[in-house]
Write a protein that binds this ligand. Structure first.
Ligand SMILES: Cc1cc2nc3c(=O)[nH]c(=O)nc-3n(C[C@H](O)[C@H](O)[C@H](O)COP(=O)(O)OP(=O)(O)OC[C@H]3O[C@@H](n4cnc5c(N)ncnc54)[C@H](O)[C@@H]3O)c2cc1C
Length: 392
Protein backbone atom coordinates (compact mmCIF):
# COMPACT_ATOMS: atom_id res chain seq x y z
CA UNK A 1 0.00 0.00 0.00
CA UNK A 2 1.46 3.34 -1.10
CA UNK A 3 1.01 6.61 0.78
CA UNK A 4 -0.44 8.48 -2.15
CA UNK A 5 -2.86 7.79 -5.03
CA UNK A 6 -4.85 9.83 -7.50
CA UNK A 7 -8.05 8.36 -6.08
CA UNK A 8 -8.93 6.52 -2.87
CA UNK A 9 -12.26 4.67 -2.92
CA UNK A 10 -13.68 3.67 0.45
CA UNK A 11 -16.00 0.64 0.30
CA UNK A 12 -15.90 -2.38 -2.01
CA UNK A 13 -19.67 -2.71 -2.64
CA UNK A 14 -21.09 -2.25 -6.16
CA UNK A 15 -20.73 1.55 -5.91
CA UNK A 16 -17.08 1.48 -4.83
CA UNK A 17 -15.99 -1.19 -7.29
CA UNK A 18 -17.60 0.62 -10.23
CA UNK A 19 -15.93 3.89 -9.16
CA UNK A 20 -12.52 2.21 -8.82
CA UNK A 21 -12.95 0.31 -12.09
CA UNK A 22 -13.89 3.43 -14.06
CA UNK A 23 -11.11 5.56 -12.52
CA UNK A 24 -8.52 2.82 -13.16
CA UNK A 25 -9.72 2.44 -16.78
CA UNK A 26 -9.05 6.18 -17.20
CA UNK A 27 -5.42 5.54 -16.20
CA UNK A 28 -5.56 6.94 -12.64
CA UNK A 29 -3.75 5.31 -9.71
CA UNK A 30 -6.54 3.95 -7.53
CA UNK A 31 -6.69 2.42 -4.05
CA UNK A 32 -9.90 0.56 -3.10
CA UNK A 33 -10.35 -0.08 0.63
CA UNK A 34 -12.86 -2.25 2.47
CA UNK A 35 -13.20 -2.84 6.18
CA UNK A 36 -14.28 -6.46 5.89
CA UNK A 37 -12.23 -9.57 5.37
CA UNK A 38 -14.08 -10.44 2.17
CA UNK A 39 -15.61 -8.17 -0.44
CA UNK A 40 -19.32 -8.96 -0.79
CA UNK A 41 -19.69 -10.59 2.60
CA UNK A 42 -21.73 -10.40 4.79
CA UNK A 43 -24.62 -9.88 2.35
CA UNK A 44 -27.30 -7.43 3.53
CA UNK A 45 -29.55 -7.48 0.51
CA UNK A 46 -32.56 -9.16 -1.14
CA UNK A 47 -30.25 -9.41 -4.21
CA UNK A 48 -32.89 -8.50 -6.84
CA UNK A 49 -31.98 -6.55 -9.97
CA UNK A 50 -33.33 -6.29 -13.53
CA UNK A 51 -31.38 -7.60 -16.51
CA UNK A 52 -31.41 -4.23 -18.29
CA UNK A 53 -30.32 -2.42 -15.13
CA UNK A 54 -27.32 -4.74 -14.84
CA UNK A 55 -26.49 -5.01 -18.52
CA UNK A 56 -25.92 -1.24 -18.85
CA UNK A 57 -22.68 -1.84 -16.90
CA UNK A 58 -21.62 -5.45 -17.42
CA UNK A 59 -22.51 -8.62 -19.25
CA UNK A 60 -24.14 -10.74 -16.51
CA UNK A 61 -22.04 -13.78 -15.56
CA UNK A 62 -23.84 -17.11 -14.98
CA UNK A 63 -22.19 -17.49 -11.57
CA UNK A 64 -23.86 -14.29 -10.31
CA UNK A 65 -27.37 -15.46 -11.16
CA UNK A 66 -29.16 -17.59 -8.59
CA UNK A 67 -32.48 -17.39 -10.45
CA UNK A 68 -34.16 -15.73 -13.41
CA UNK A 69 -37.42 -13.93 -12.64
CA UNK A 70 -40.09 -13.62 -15.33
CA UNK A 71 -42.91 -12.12 -13.28
CA UNK A 72 -44.02 -10.71 -9.98
CA UNK A 73 -47.01 -11.50 -7.78
CA UNK A 74 -48.47 -8.89 -5.45
CA UNK A 75 -50.56 -10.22 -2.57
CA UNK A 76 -53.12 -7.82 -1.06
CA UNK A 77 -54.13 -7.79 2.64
CA UNK A 78 -57.22 -9.91 1.87
CA UNK A 79 -55.06 -12.53 0.14
CA UNK A 80 -56.01 -11.56 -3.44
CA UNK A 81 -52.95 -12.15 -5.56
CA UNK A 82 -52.23 -10.33 -8.76
CA UNK A 83 -49.60 -11.79 -11.03
CA UNK A 84 -47.83 -9.58 -13.54
CA UNK A 85 -45.70 -11.31 -16.15
CA UNK A 86 -42.80 -9.03 -17.16
CA UNK A 87 -43.28 -7.90 -20.77
CA UNK A 88 -39.77 -7.24 -22.03
CA UNK A 89 -37.67 -7.79 -18.96
CA UNK A 90 -36.03 -10.56 -16.98
CA UNK A 91 -35.12 -10.06 -13.37
CA UNK A 92 -32.34 -11.75 -11.46
CA UNK A 93 -31.87 -12.78 -7.88
CA UNK A 94 -28.12 -12.50 -7.61
CA UNK A 95 -25.51 -14.26 -5.55
CA UNK A 96 -24.13 -10.97 -4.31
CA UNK A 97 -21.30 -12.69 -2.58
CA UNK A 98 -19.91 -13.67 -5.99
CA UNK A 99 -21.18 -10.61 -7.84
CA UNK A 100 -19.57 -8.04 -5.52
CA UNK A 101 -16.37 -10.04 -5.47
CA UNK A 102 -16.19 -10.15 -9.27
CA UNK A 103 -16.86 -6.42 -9.65
CA UNK A 104 -13.92 -5.68 -7.36
CA UNK A 105 -11.81 -8.11 -9.44
CA UNK A 106 -12.73 -6.18 -12.58
CA UNK A 107 -11.50 -2.99 -10.88
CA UNK A 108 -8.31 -4.77 -9.82
CA UNK A 109 -7.76 -6.17 -13.33
CA UNK A 110 -8.00 -2.62 -14.68
CA UNK A 111 -5.19 -1.60 -12.31
CA UNK A 112 -6.86 -0.59 -9.04
CA UNK A 113 -5.09 -1.74 -5.87
CA UNK A 114 -7.47 -3.44 -3.46
CA UNK A 115 -7.02 -3.82 0.30
CA UNK A 116 -9.49 -5.56 2.60
CA UNK A 117 -9.38 -5.40 6.41
CA UNK A 118 -8.89 -1.65 5.93
CA UNK A 119 -11.22 0.31 8.18
CA UNK A 120 -11.35 4.01 7.27
CA UNK A 121 -11.99 5.97 10.44
CA UNK A 122 -11.46 9.57 9.31
CA UNK A 123 -10.62 11.86 6.42
CA UNK A 124 -7.63 14.19 6.10
CA UNK A 125 -8.78 17.79 5.69
CA UNK A 126 -6.42 20.61 4.65
CA UNK A 127 -7.48 24.11 3.57
CA UNK A 128 -11.10 22.98 3.40
CA UNK A 129 -10.18 20.18 0.94
CA UNK A 130 -10.49 16.45 1.60
CA UNK A 131 -6.94 15.28 0.96
CA UNK A 132 -7.07 11.63 1.92
CA UNK A 133 -8.10 9.12 4.58
CA UNK A 134 -6.94 7.77 7.93
CA UNK A 135 -7.36 4.04 8.37
CA UNK A 136 -6.54 0.93 10.32
CA UNK A 137 -5.11 -1.73 8.04
CA UNK A 138 -4.52 -5.14 9.66
CA UNK A 139 -4.23 -3.44 13.03
CA UNK A 140 -1.81 -0.76 11.83
CA UNK A 141 -2.73 2.97 11.64
CA UNK A 142 -2.06 4.55 8.26
CA UNK A 143 -2.71 7.73 6.30
CA UNK A 144 -3.18 7.82 2.54
CA UNK A 145 -3.35 11.07 0.60
CA UNK A 146 -5.27 11.40 -2.66
CA UNK A 147 -6.42 14.06 -5.09
CA UNK A 148 -9.95 12.69 -4.77
CA UNK A 149 -11.67 10.51 -2.18
CA UNK A 150 -14.78 8.58 -3.23
CA UNK A 151 -16.95 7.53 -0.28
CA UNK A 152 -18.79 4.32 -1.18
CA UNK A 153 -19.00 3.10 2.38
CA UNK A 154 -22.72 2.44 2.58
CA UNK A 155 -25.61 4.01 4.41
CA UNK A 156 -23.75 4.86 7.64
CA UNK A 157 -20.94 6.52 5.62
CA UNK A 158 -18.06 7.22 7.97
CA UNK A 159 -16.38 9.20 5.18
CA UNK A 160 -19.42 11.42 4.60
CA UNK A 161 -19.82 12.06 8.33
CA UNK A 162 -16.16 12.84 8.86
CA UNK A 163 -16.26 15.26 5.92
CA UNK A 164 -19.22 17.08 7.49
CA UNK A 165 -21.94 15.93 5.10
CA UNK A 166 -25.35 15.17 6.57
CA UNK A 167 -25.57 11.47 5.80
CA UNK A 168 -27.98 10.56 8.58
CA UNK A 169 -31.29 9.08 7.37
CA UNK A 170 -34.40 10.41 9.12
CA UNK A 171 -36.13 7.85 11.33
CA UNK A 172 -39.30 8.09 9.23
CA UNK A 173 -37.30 7.01 6.16
CA UNK A 174 -35.71 4.04 7.87
CA UNK A 175 -37.74 0.86 7.68
CA UNK A 176 -37.17 -1.82 10.22
CA UNK A 177 -36.00 -4.90 8.33
CA UNK A 178 -35.29 -8.56 8.71
CA UNK A 179 -34.40 -11.23 6.16
CA UNK A 180 -33.92 -14.96 6.36
CA UNK A 181 -32.14 -16.93 3.65
CA UNK A 182 -34.01 -20.20 3.86
CA UNK A 183 -33.85 -23.66 2.40
CA UNK A 184 -36.48 -26.40 2.05
CA UNK A 185 -39.17 -24.01 0.81
CA UNK A 186 -41.59 -24.82 -1.96
CA UNK A 187 -41.52 -21.71 -4.16
CA UNK A 188 -41.51 -21.16 -7.93
CA UNK A 189 -38.00 -20.34 -9.12
CA UNK A 190 -39.09 -17.73 -11.62
CA UNK A 191 -41.38 -15.35 -9.75
CA UNK A 192 -40.93 -12.94 -6.92
CA UNK A 193 -43.81 -12.47 -4.48
CA UNK A 194 -44.55 -9.30 -2.53
CA UNK A 195 -47.12 -9.07 0.28
CA UNK A 196 -48.57 -5.70 1.34
CA UNK A 197 -50.95 -4.52 4.04
CA UNK A 198 -51.14 -4.16 7.80
CA UNK A 199 -51.41 -7.91 8.46
CA UNK A 200 -48.23 -8.73 6.48
CA UNK A 201 -46.00 -5.65 6.62
CA UNK A 202 -47.47 -2.31 7.76
CA UNK A 203 -45.93 0.63 5.85
CA UNK A 204 -43.70 -1.65 3.79
CA UNK A 205 -43.75 -5.08 2.21
CA UNK A 206 -42.74 -8.68 2.74
CA UNK A 207 -40.85 -10.38 -0.06
CA UNK A 208 -40.03 -13.84 -1.32
CA UNK A 209 -37.10 -13.75 -3.74
CA UNK A 210 -36.37 -17.33 -4.91
CA UNK A 211 -32.78 -18.43 -5.43
CA UNK A 212 -33.49 -21.86 -6.98
CA UNK A 213 -33.32 -25.40 -5.59
CA UNK A 214 -35.86 -24.73 -2.78
CA UNK A 215 -33.75 -21.82 -1.52
CA UNK A 216 -35.02 -18.19 -1.12
CA UNK A 217 -34.50 -14.81 0.51
CA UNK A 218 -37.62 -14.12 2.57
CA UNK A 219 -37.61 -10.71 4.19
CA UNK A 220 -39.68 -7.84 5.47
CA UNK A 221 -39.46 -4.08 5.86
CA UNK A 222 -42.00 -2.21 8.00
CA UNK A 223 -42.18 1.45 8.89
CA UNK A 224 -40.56 2.73 12.08
CA UNK A 225 -43.89 3.69 13.68
CA UNK A 226 -45.33 0.20 13.26
CA UNK A 227 -42.15 -1.49 14.49
CA UNK A 228 -42.58 0.23 17.87
CA UNK A 229 -45.87 -1.63 18.29
CA UNK A 230 -44.77 -4.98 16.87
CA UNK A 231 -41.34 -5.99 15.58
CA UNK A 232 -40.48 -6.86 11.99
CA UNK A 233 -39.18 -10.20 13.30
CA UNK A 234 -42.53 -11.06 14.83
CA UNK A 235 -44.35 -10.41 11.49
CA UNK A 236 -41.76 -12.43 9.58
CA UNK A 237 -41.79 -15.31 12.06
CA UNK A 238 -45.58 -15.49 11.93
CA UNK A 239 -45.44 -15.56 8.13
CA UNK A 240 -42.80 -18.31 8.16
CA UNK A 241 -44.77 -20.36 10.67
CA UNK A 242 -47.98 -20.07 8.60
CA UNK A 243 -46.40 -20.63 5.20
CA UNK A 244 -43.08 -22.45 5.55
CA UNK A 245 -43.05 -24.29 8.91
CA UNK A 246 -40.37 -26.72 7.67
CA UNK A 247 -37.96 -24.10 6.36
CA UNK A 248 -34.34 -24.19 7.54
CA UNK A 249 -33.00 -20.70 8.24
CA UNK A 250 -29.43 -20.57 6.96
CA UNK A 251 -28.78 -16.84 7.37
CA UNK A 252 -30.46 -14.17 9.47
CA UNK A 253 -29.99 -10.51 8.71
CA UNK A 254 -31.61 -7.66 10.57
CA UNK A 255 -31.31 -3.90 10.60
CA UNK A 256 -32.58 -0.73 8.99
CA UNK A 257 -33.67 -0.54 5.36
CA UNK A 258 -33.19 3.03 4.22
CA UNK A 259 -35.83 4.46 1.84
CA UNK A 260 -34.88 8.16 1.82
CA UNK A 261 -34.79 10.85 -0.85
CA UNK A 262 -31.36 11.39 -2.44
CA UNK A 263 -28.81 13.66 -0.81
CA UNK A 264 -28.97 17.12 -2.39
CA UNK A 265 -25.24 17.66 -2.64
CA UNK A 266 -23.12 14.55 -2.03
CA UNK A 267 -19.82 16.37 -2.65
CA UNK A 268 -17.16 18.47 -0.96
CA UNK A 269 -13.86 19.83 -2.19
CA UNK A 270 -11.96 16.63 -3.09
CA UNK A 271 -14.84 14.27 -2.21
CA UNK A 272 -17.77 12.49 -3.87
CA UNK A 273 -20.18 10.10 -2.14
CA UNK A 274 -21.80 7.33 -4.18
CA UNK A 275 -24.50 4.68 -3.74
CA UNK A 276 -26.05 4.25 -0.31
CA UNK A 277 -23.56 6.73 1.17
CA UNK A 278 -25.26 9.41 -0.96
CA UNK A 279 -28.70 7.96 -0.18
CA UNK A 280 -29.15 6.93 -3.81
CA UNK A 281 -31.76 4.24 -3.21
CA UNK A 282 -35.11 3.69 -4.91
CA UNK A 283 -37.38 4.90 -2.07
CA UNK A 284 -40.34 2.76 -3.17
CA UNK A 285 -38.55 -0.59 -3.42
CA UNK A 286 -35.48 0.01 -1.22
CA UNK A 287 -33.38 -1.25 -4.17
CA UNK A 288 -29.98 0.40 -4.56
CA UNK A 289 -27.59 -1.89 -6.47
CA UNK A 290 -28.13 -0.22 -9.87
CA UNK A 291 -28.03 3.32 -8.45
CA UNK A 292 -24.80 2.49 -6.60
CA UNK A 293 -23.27 1.18 -9.83
CA UNK A 294 -24.42 4.15 -11.91
CA UNK A 295 -23.23 6.76 -9.38
CA UNK A 296 -19.96 4.84 -8.93
CA UNK A 297 -19.37 4.84 -12.68
CA UNK A 298 -20.14 8.57 -12.96
CA UNK A 299 -17.88 9.42 -10.01
CA UNK A 300 -14.94 7.53 -11.60
CA UNK A 301 -15.39 9.45 -14.86
CA UNK A 302 -15.72 12.83 -13.12
CA UNK A 303 -12.65 12.05 -10.98
CA UNK A 304 -10.66 11.50 -14.18
CA UNK A 305 -11.93 14.79 -15.68
CA UNK A 306 -11.25 16.72 -12.47
CA UNK A 307 -7.69 15.41 -12.18
CA UNK A 308 -7.01 16.09 -15.87
CA UNK A 309 -8.24 19.66 -15.36
CA UNK A 310 -6.27 19.97 -12.13
CA UNK A 311 -9.46 21.10 -10.40
CA UNK A 312 -10.92 18.89 -7.65
CA UNK A 313 -13.01 21.67 -6.13
CA UNK A 314 -16.63 21.24 -5.11
CA UNK A 315 -17.52 23.56 -8.01
CA UNK A 316 -15.98 21.15 -10.54
CA UNK A 317 -17.34 18.05 -8.80
CA UNK A 318 -20.82 19.52 -9.01
CA UNK A 319 -20.77 17.97 -12.51
CA UNK A 320 -21.10 14.64 -10.67
CA UNK A 321 -24.19 15.80 -8.76
CA UNK A 322 -25.75 17.20 -11.94
CA UNK A 323 -25.24 13.96 -13.88
CA UNK A 324 -26.54 11.80 -11.04
CA UNK A 325 -29.71 13.90 -10.80
CA UNK A 326 -30.21 14.02 -14.55
CA UNK A 327 -29.65 10.29 -15.02
CA UNK A 328 -31.78 8.96 -12.12
CA UNK A 329 -31.95 10.96 -8.88
CA UNK A 330 -34.70 13.28 -10.18
CA UNK A 331 -36.77 10.12 -10.59
CA UNK A 332 -35.83 9.00 -7.08
CA UNK A 333 -37.21 12.30 -5.75
CA UNK A 334 -40.50 11.61 -7.53
CA UNK A 335 -40.53 8.03 -6.29
CA UNK A 336 -40.02 9.38 -2.77
CA UNK A 337 -43.21 11.45 -3.08
CA UNK A 338 -45.01 8.42 -4.54
CA UNK A 339 -43.83 6.30 -1.59
CA UNK A 340 -45.21 8.88 0.87
CA UNK A 341 -48.64 8.58 -0.79
CA UNK A 342 -48.53 4.80 -1.21
CA UNK A 343 -47.84 4.45 2.52
CA UNK A 344 -51.10 6.27 3.19
CA UNK A 345 -53.13 3.64 1.30
CA UNK A 346 -55.13 1.65 3.82
CA UNK A 347 -55.93 -2.08 3.58
CA UNK A 348 -59.31 -1.46 1.92
CA UNK A 349 -57.69 0.70 -0.73
CA UNK A 350 -54.94 -1.89 -1.34
CA UNK A 351 -57.59 -4.62 -1.64
CA UNK A 352 -59.55 -2.41 -4.04
CA UNK A 353 -56.48 -1.94 -6.25
CA UNK A 354 -55.76 -5.69 -6.25
CA UNK A 355 -59.40 -6.50 -7.13
CA UNK A 356 -59.43 -4.00 -9.99
CA UNK A 357 -56.10 -5.14 -11.44
CA UNK A 358 -56.98 -8.83 -11.12
CA UNK A 359 -60.07 -8.15 -13.27
CA UNK A 360 -57.72 -7.12 -16.13
CA UNK A 361 -56.78 -9.87 -18.59
CA UNK A 362 -53.44 -11.31 -17.32
CA UNK A 363 -51.78 -10.72 -20.71
CA UNK A 364 -52.67 -7.02 -20.50
CA UNK A 365 -51.56 -6.44 -16.92
CA UNK A 366 -48.47 -4.36 -16.27
CA UNK A 367 -46.92 -2.30 -13.51
CA UNK A 368 -48.60 0.61 -15.32
CA UNK A 369 -52.04 -0.86 -14.69
CA UNK A 370 -51.27 -1.12 -10.95
CA UNK A 371 -50.16 2.51 -10.87
CA UNK A 372 -53.17 3.61 -12.93
CA UNK A 373 -55.51 1.98 -10.43
CA UNK A 374 -53.56 3.44 -7.51
CA UNK A 375 -53.88 6.90 -9.04
CA UNK A 376 -57.66 6.38 -9.24
CA UNK A 377 -57.65 5.72 -5.47
CA UNK A 378 -55.24 8.57 -4.65
CA UNK A 379 -55.47 11.26 -7.35
CA UNK A 380 -52.61 13.17 -5.69
CA UNK A 381 -50.25 10.56 -7.18
CA UNK A 382 -51.03 11.56 -10.74
CA UNK A 383 -48.38 14.17 -11.52
CA UNK A 384 -45.47 12.15 -10.14
CA UNK A 385 -46.64 8.88 -11.68
CA UNK A 386 -47.10 10.52 -15.08
CA UNK A 387 -43.65 12.06 -14.85
CA UNK A 388 -42.04 8.73 -14.00
CA UNK A 389 -43.71 7.04 -16.98
CA UNK A 390 -43.01 9.98 -19.30
CA UNK A 391 -39.38 9.88 -18.12
CA UNK A 392 -39.06 13.58 -17.25
C1 LIG B 1 -32.63 -5.87 3.77
C2 LIG B 1 -32.17 -5.22 2.51
C3 LIG B 1 -32.59 -5.74 1.29
C4 LIG B 1 -32.17 -5.13 0.10
N1 LIG B 1 -32.56 -5.69 -1.08
C5 LIG B 1 -32.17 -5.12 -2.25
C6 LIG B 1 -32.53 -5.70 -3.48
O1 LIG B 1 -33.19 -6.73 -3.55
N2 LIG B 1 -32.13 -5.08 -4.64
C7 LIG B 1 -31.38 -3.92 -4.62
O2 LIG B 1 -31.05 -3.38 -5.69
N3 LIG B 1 -30.99 -3.39 -3.43
C8 LIG B 1 -31.35 -3.94 -2.26
N4 LIG B 1 -30.94 -3.40 -1.07
C9 LIG B 1 -30.07 -2.21 -1.11
C10 LIG B 1 -28.65 -2.57 -1.57
O3 LIG B 1 -28.14 -3.61 -0.75
C11 LIG B 1 -27.74 -1.33 -1.46
O4 LIG B 1 -28.41 -0.21 -2.02
C12 LIG B 1 -26.41 -1.53 -2.19
O5 LIG B 1 -25.68 -2.57 -1.61
C13 LIG B 1 -25.59 -0.24 -2.12
O6 LIG B 1 -24.31 -0.44 -2.62
P1 LIG B 1 -23.10 0.46 -2.09
O7 LIG B 1 -21.91 0.05 -2.87
O8 LIG B 1 -23.49 1.88 -2.09
O9 LIG B 1 -22.93 0.07 -0.56
P2 LIG B 1 -22.69 -1.33 0.15
O10 LIG B 1 -23.08 -2.45 -0.72
O11 LIG B 1 -23.34 -1.19 1.49
O12 LIG B 1 -21.12 -1.41 0.33
C14 LIG B 1 -20.44 -0.59 1.26
C15 LIG B 1 -19.08 -1.22 1.51
O13 LIG B 1 -18.33 -0.29 2.31
C16 LIG B 1 -17.62 -1.02 3.30
N5 LIG B 1 -17.38 -0.07 4.41
C17 LIG B 1 -18.32 0.49 5.21
N6 LIG B 1 -17.73 1.33 6.09
C18 LIG B 1 -16.40 1.30 5.84
C19 LIG B 1 -15.27 1.93 6.42
N7 LIG B 1 -15.41 2.81 7.42
N8 LIG B 1 -14.04 1.66 5.92
C20 LIG B 1 -13.88 0.78 4.88
N9 LIG B 1 -14.92 0.13 4.30
C21 LIG B 1 -16.17 0.40 4.76
C22 LIG B 1 -18.53 -2.18 3.65
O14 LIG B 1 -17.80 -3.26 4.19
C23 LIG B 1 -19.15 -2.52 2.29
O15 LIG B 1 -18.40 -3.50 1.61
C24 LIG B 1 -31.32 -3.99 0.14
C25 LIG B 1 -30.90 -3.48 1.37
C26 LIG B 1 -31.30 -4.09 2.54
C27 LIG B 1 -30.81 -3.53 3.84
Amino acid sequence: MKNNYDVVVVGGGPGGSMAAWEAAKAGLSVCLLDKDRDVGYPVRCGEAIGDSALRQFVEPEEAWIASRITGSTLVAPNGTDVHIEFANETGYILNRRIFDYDLSRYAANAGAEMYTKSFVKDVIIEDDFIKGVKLDHLGESKEITAKIVIGADGIASQVGNAAGLKTLVKMKDMESGMQYSVSNVDVADNKMIMYVGSNYAPGGYLWIFPKGDRFANIGIGIDGKSSKIRSAKSYLDEFMENNFPDAAILTTMCGGIPCPSPMKSPIKNGLMLVGDAARLINPVTGGGIAAAMRSGLISGQIAADAIKNNDCSEKFLNRYTKRVYKEFANNHERLYRIKETIHKLNDDELNGIADKVSAIDPSKRSLGSVFKTAVYKKPSLIIDVLRIFAGF
